[in-house]
Write a protein that binds this ligand. Sequence first.
Ligand code: GLP
Length: 274
Amino acid sequence: MVRGRCTADMDVIVLKKSSAVAACGAGLIQQLLQTKPAAVLGLATGNTPLAMYQCLITACDNGDVSFRDVTTFNLDEYVGIDAGNPASYRSTMKRELFDRIDIDQARTYLPESDAGVDPSATGPAYEEAILAAGGIDLQVLGIGRNGHIGFNEPTSSLGSRTRIKTLTQQTLQSNSQYFADSGTQPQVAVTMGIATILDARHILLLATGVEKAQAVRDAIEGPVTAMCPASALQLHRKVTVLLDDEAASCLAMRDYYDWVHRQKQRFGKEFTAC
Ligand code: GLP
């Protein structure tokens, strides 16, 4: 055995329901915080992680987990809307998690560009802040229907770092649900790059629903290509993918993933949260 080296592959775990995905993801985060209470978490917005955040809120209420010493870095934030705008990712995170757990909000970071600050300066500063915090222990990801992670749209460089990205029409359309007036919907965002995401020590990708099935297949079983930014996760040494049945419905190797998961449960190795 080579000491100090992570030998894990991508773990693909398919669960019956989206509620099980949420519980399992929360369990994984709780496990991390038990061993490392001052962990650095990378967090995501979108609908997918909300149920997992709710599980963490409940666990915190019950005294089963504490975020007192945790630092968080979110993947992305829109450019051109105030942090106080209910559709900003800062507001979303406060509403869905930060205001409801015992975290010190001074240690919750998003790649926000203050008014009057050139947003192109935000990326390098964010990269430095992540490094100064010791790097991200566990990065939570959702996936866009076009395979994006964060706001790394198709054709994003696999070596990209935190920077401004212009959103695709498909992403604008998917996210229009959060904006009452389409005239106020930002068309650009600052997002961690793909290389930034790959620097995390462990990546937790969550996907639920049939509308994600093709992107999930492209990400896990397709070629590594900038056309599916999530496919870059194949290059990472430690990725856990939690899917519900619907999101797993296009996977060619589904039987194999189930078999591997059963073996791991049987031998009690590596992964015990689900
Ligand atoms: C947004 C976010 C992503 C998120 C994706 C999917 O555009 N920037 O981080 O993963 O959409 O969102 P949902 O989970 O709502 O499908």
